[in-house]
Design a protein around this ligand. Structure first.
Ligand code: NAD
Ligand code: UGA
Length: 472
């Protein structure tokens, strides 16, 4: 019999572990929630007295941390202690694509899942429910169970139940997604353990929204949800090119198809491609699994979603170079937005990285402005350090971090909108046009700018999927 849940440990204090546990601690004040991580710097940032210095930027997160931290929510590197005290342990570690060995470039790298499972098997006491929160290939629970069984067979005081409870939050809206989820999915075969987890969610989620399935359906549903979302983006992005060639406008096409309730209104915004740590890796993992089971037609179907995504950012890069007379060497280009989407400081797989690297290869100078991404992060992503001043001609690859849109636009030949931050929707085009070089260009890869106003001030416009691109 599993005792009532009083103490939770979450392994992994990242974009999922941090916000998810903060919400559980907020909604269940009677439960102690300890979030542990091997990354001491990250834990230190979670414990920073200044809420602005939390390791991740997520609207609404700071308030919850202020309310619960030090009360029933704790961040620590003492993995052994907090695993040993827990009744329920969430595994929220990273599961990136393997970079070498068998399945490199497609399969998920499960080394962090395995190492956390081994930590659990070593330090857990009594009956423990282990919950997969990370996104995992279907049937990973089998491996987790096997590792844990080795430990329980040696020690009769230990027993484990493994559940799958994938996370569907999106960055930038994580707190709202956690507080008002579309559904909570729990997969498992131990009814008692499932009931314990349901009981936690019932503190704020309606019963009808909690779906239970077998372990494999739950694991697979997470991959499929991401694959379907990404597929919609690749579908609309493939149509952007067709619109540009035919005189149709993707904004109008998107609006027209969205009104069909069977198609639905979400995830049809054109873009330079989807980014984020998960869509690409989860689809590649799906491709790998399909190939593993000999389902090659299925795997090539999903592979195309990733191919269109890579093609879209490459296509945009080529358009920028072509419009600037096929030569951008020595020209200053303003990049507005570097995170993979608005309202996050996360840059993983951001289309900005692909576009900026390509532009730098062509020899231009980039002035990058993003409201939340740090200079160190961009340095890591572009694999070259910034220059203090762009006019240092000794360096081949050049970029600087600008303090504002105007700072970035000054003396630039072109502005490229890469992320859909709110502040880019209503820019002062009169002032910007005075600061830019002539002829000046705006490349709106998200179709969010006030194009009519920018046109008034003589700026050349390229808008993604636009019927009419204006040239002066
Ligand atoms: P992340 O890289 O931000 O965080 C993972 C953390 O786990 C890191 O801080 C790392 O140091 C820590 N870790 C790794 N091994 C450890 C170990 N053995 N012991 C202690 N700590 C360890 O990753 P994330 O974005 O939070 O994603 C985590 C999982 O959740 C992934 O499987 C991802 O696919 C899934 N997911 C992510 C999101 C998202 O929006 N980022 C949404 C839903 C699901
Ligand atoms: C996505 C899913 O939406 C979450 O449900 C899931 O939990 C998460 O992945 C995960 O497993 O990690 P996230 O990547 O945080 O969430 O953000 P999204 O809002 O899905 O955006 C992903 C990318 O698609 C962004 O680059 C965004 O700009 C792009 N996008 C989104 C478009 O290009 N067009 C759209 O219409 C919507």
């Amino acid at each position: 019999m599993i005792k009532d849940i009083k103490n939770i440990c979450c392994i992994g204090a990242g974009y999922v572990g941090g916000p998810t546990m903060a919400v559980i601690a907020d909604k269940c004040p009677e439960i102690i929630v300890n979030v542990v991580d091997i990354n001491a710097k990250r834990i230190e940032a979670w414990n920073n007295s200044s809420i602005e210095k939390l390791p991740i930027y997520e609207p609404g997160l700071g308030e919850i941390i202020k309310r619960r931290r030090g009360k029933n929510l704790h961040f620590s590197t003492d993995i052994k202690k907090f695993i040993s005290e827990a009744d329920m342990i969430f595994i929220s570690v990273n599961t990136p694509t393997k970079t070498k060995g068998i399945g490199a470039g497609k399969a998920s790298d499960l080394k962090w899942v395995e190492s956390s499972t081994r930590q659990i098997s070593k330090y857990a006491n009594g009956s423990t429910i282990v919950v997969e929160k990370s996104t995992l290939p279907v049937r990973t629970a089998q491996t987790i169970k096997k590792i844990l069984e080795l430990s329980s067979s040696k020690n009769s005081q230990k027993s484990f139940s493994v559940l799958s409870n994938p996370e569907f939050l999106s960055e930038g809206t994580a707190i709202n997604d956690l507080v008002n989820p579309d559904r909570v999915l729990i997969g498992g075969d131990d009814k008692n353990a499932i009931e314990k987890l349901i009981k936690i969610y019932l503190n704020w989620v309606q019963k009808e929204k909690i779906i239970t399935t077998n372990l494999w359906s739950s694991e697979l549903s997470k991959l499929i949800a991401n694959a379907f979302l990404a597929q919609r983006i690749s579908s609309i992005n493939s149509i952007t090119a067709l619109c540009e060639s035919t005189g149709a406008d993707v904004k109008e096409v998107s609006q027209a198809i969205k009104t069909d309730h069977r198609i639905g209104k979400f995830f049809l915004n054109p873009s330079p491609g989807f980014g984020g740590s998960c869509f690409k890796k989860d689809i590649l993992n799906l491709v790998y699994i399909c190939d593993h089971y000999g389902l090659h037609e299925v795997s090539s179907y999903w592979q195309k979603v990733v191919d269109i995504n890579d093609w879209q950012s490459k296509r945009i890069l080529e358009i920028i170079v072509e419009k600037l007379f096929g030569n951008i060497a020595g020209k200053k280009i303003s990049i507005l937005g570097f995170s993979f989407k608005a309202n996050t400081n996360d840059t993983r797989e951001s289309p900005a990285i692909r576009i900026c690297k390509g532009l730098l290869e062509e020899g231009c100078n980039l002035s990058i402005y993003d409201p939340k991404v740090s200079v160190d992060q961009i340095d890591k992503d572009l694999e070259c350090p910034p220059l203090i001043k762009l006019n240092d001609s000794n360096k081949l690859k050049r970029w600087e971090l600008a303090n504002s849109v105007i700072d970035s636009a000054t003396d630039s030949h072109a502005i490229v909108i890469v992320t859909e931050w709110d502040e880019f929707q209503d820019l002062n085009w009169e002032l910007i046009s005075q600061k830019m070089r002539s002829p000046s260009w705006l490349f709106d890869t998200r179709s969010i700018c006030n194009i009519e106003e920018a046109k008034l001030y003589g700026i050349n416009i390229w808008r993604i999927g636009a019927a009419e691109n204006i040239f002066y």
